[in-house]
Design a protein around this ligand. Structure first.
Ligand code: AMP
Length: 215
């Protein structure tokens, strides 16, 4: 099964994708994660993408569709995929159709996480992760049980995304409204869109997604 998780920054796409990976053995393909890895490694794509990402704008359709195609080629044909943060524009949605068709894959569900935008700035600007294992935390809602020590792996190093500051988050939301939300009708016309209340608890959102996938 191949699905898209759609929603503005901070809607919980990454969290839910990780839960699906753990629960179902699906593979999460996050263009944001892949671009951050390219920036860190200093590859030609990373060098091109860095300033755009820091500004909260969108990296070119060619680059992201290229990395999605390459990432799919690394997977066995039976591995279900969660597209997280891709597609984000109409041309990317068209590319995804071609990329999937060329690999004999179909798209089964598009799940939109509906959220109250006012809450998102707080969610995004407060989040941080363990630098070692990637466990997610939040300044207000989920601090480590022992201050400065990761609950999961005991590491004392944490990191924040450079684009999780208020100004950049607002640009990212504007990009979402202008370029990403308008792709929903493409999938609505195919009857594969479901909506989930992204303001509910992590477990409630996960249960709602499971209900859709298992229906
Ligand atoms: P994310 O981790 O999904 O929030 O993505 C972080 C940043 O990476 C975005 O603000 C964009 O600059 C870039 N990015 C990630 N995915 C895409 C995409 N599908 N199209 C264009 N830019 C992207």
């Amino acid at each position: 099964m191949n699905i898209i998780l759609l929603g503005p920054p901070g809607a919980g796409k990454g969290t839910q994708a990780q839960m699906l990976v753990d629960q179902r053995g699906m593979k999460q393909l996050s263009t944001g994660d892949m671009l951050r890895a390219a920036v860190k490694a200093g590859t030609p794509i990373g060098l091109k993408a860095k300033a755009v990402m820091d500004a909260g704008e969108l990296v070119s359709d060619e680059i992201v569709s290229g990395i999605i195609g390459d990432a799919l080629d690394e997977l066995g044909p039976d591995t279900g995929v969660i597209f997280d943060g891709y597609p984000r524009t109409a041309p990317q949605a068209a590319s995804l159709d071609e990329i999937l068709a060329a690999r004999g894959r179909a798209l089964h569900h598009v799940i939109e996480l509906e959220v109250n935008e006012a809450a998102l700035v707080d969610r995004v600007t407060g989040r941080f992760t363990c630098a070692k294992c990637g466990a997610g935390y939040h300044d207000k809602h989920k601090l480590p049980k022992v201050e400065g020590v990761c609950d999961v792996c005991g590491s004392t190093e944490f990191k924040r995304r450079p684009d999780d500051n208020e100004e950049t988050v607002r640009t990212r939301m504007t990009e979402y409204r202008a370029k990403t939300a308008p792709i929903l009708p493409i999938y609505e016309a195919r009857n594969i869109v479901s909506r989930v209340d992204g303001m509910a608890s992590m477990d409630a959102v996960s249960a709602a997604i499971a209900g859709i996938l298992d229906a």
